[in-house]
Write a protein that binds this ligand. Structure first.
Ligand SMILES: Cc1ncc(COP(=O)(O)O)c(C=O)c1O
Length: 347
């Protein structure tokens, strides 16, 4: 089939299995980084814009405004470019620079919030305030407000349908990152509707406040809810069985382990979700077919998660975590320890 719109390339993402040591479990990764904007958020961005058009809040000549750490912004940038809307993204210094550059390349207007913030501090409260102000002061503008927009979780219906088809309905557990909670709520709701016995796990960074722990700064980008911010109104705790936290070092070492041992480049939040899925599998808490989302790709974090100097400066390198990953995920690399024997001269 030949497509004529980039938004038609959203979804139908592949599923890949990685090995685990536990005999009673398998781990499948739904590779959402294959969406055109490089993340799962393309799904909800399209869903939020279409809902706004449908109910008349967005029309010709209109402006989309959103506060974003990057991936929602990239998804909205795609849809805005395709449909001809102006898009203003309200961002802060915490966003990965490459994500901002992608939005800019698609014609997005970037508005940085002002103020003195620590490097690992997210200025999300001020971002929300400024986005709401722009949304109400610019004629024809709409503030998408992903954390309080039902079209955010609804955007993941296709994800659930695809996953159930790809697995012939055999899913026992799902483990996903938690920021606004839109993806987790949307996916968990769909899976529980299909089979209430599916176990759902939300993973947030240590320092995020979604599951009731004390807040402090963290380096994982795009995920969690920082201290001072409001927990996403889209988040439905009733469909989440386990809420858990992962440290920056565990999340980043897991992402580096995957890159170096499988060639799959995933972002830091995904590294965290995979680390926790493996931990829960090997503790016997999860079994059967466990699915994790590859929320986005590591290409967006080459200067941070995949930069040893950056990690070392922040005390985020820990070889023991990589060794733990190797015990949990026994990857067979056929040429890893073989001696290469030349068979003759190359002419
Ligand atoms: C890389 C990454 N991980 C996790 C999340 C959290 O997703 P959600 O807002 O659906 O909870 C996001 C959201 O922007 C993200 O960009």
């Amino acid at each position: 089939m030949i497509e004529t719109k980039v938004s038609n390339l959203i979804g139908n993402t592949p599923l890949m299995e990685v090995p685990v040591s536990a005999p009673n479990a398998r781990l499948l990764l739904k590779i959402e980084k294959n969406n055109p904007g490089g993340s799962m958020k393309d799904r909800m961005a399209r869903s939020m814009v279409m809902a706004a058009i449908r109910d008349g809040r967005l029309s010709a000549g209109g402006t989309i405004v959103e506060s974003s750490s990057g991936n929602t912004g990239i998804g909205l940038a795609i849809v805005a470019a395709e449909l001809g809307f102006r898009f203003i993204a309200v961002v802060d210094h915490h966003a990965a620079p490459d994500k901002l550059a992608v939005m800019k390349a698609m014609g997005t207007e970037l508005r940085f919030v002002e103020g003195d913030y620590a490097e690992d501090e997210v200025a999300v409260v001020e971002r929300q305030r400024l986005a709401a102000e722009l949304g109400s002061s610019i004629p024809g503008a709409i503030f998408m407000n992903q954390s309080d927009n039902p079209a955010n979780p609804e955007g993941y219906r296709g994800f659930v349908d695809e996953l159930l088809e790809q697995t012939n309905g055999k899913v026992d557990a799902f483990c996903g990152c938690t920021g606004t909670g839109g993806s987790l709520t949307g996916i968990a709701t769909g899976l529980k509707h299909y089979n209430p016995n599916i176990t759902t796990v939300g993973v947030e960074p240590k320092g995020s406040i979604v599951f009731g722990q004390p807040g402090h700064p963290y380096y994982q980008s795009g995920t969690g809810t920082p201290k001072g911010d409001e927990i996403g109104k889209v988040l439905d705790f009733s469909v989440i069985d386990i809420g858990t936290q992962v440290g920056d070092a565990e999340a980043f070492e897991a992402a580096r382990f995957l890159a170096q041992n499988t060639g799959l480049l995933v972002g830091g939040s995904t590294g965290g979700a995979i680390y926790k899925a493996l931990e829960l599998i090997h503790a016997g808490t999860l079994s059967g077919t466990v699915v994790c989302t590859i929320a986005d790709g590591g290409e967006k974090y080459l200067h941070t998660v995949f930069n040893e100097a950056w990690l070392a400066e922040r005390n985020l390198l820990d070889p023991a975590i990589g060794q733990q990953m190797a015990r949990w995920m026994p990857i067979h690399r056929p040429y890893a320890n073989t001696q290469f024997v030349p068979v003759g001269d190359v002419a």
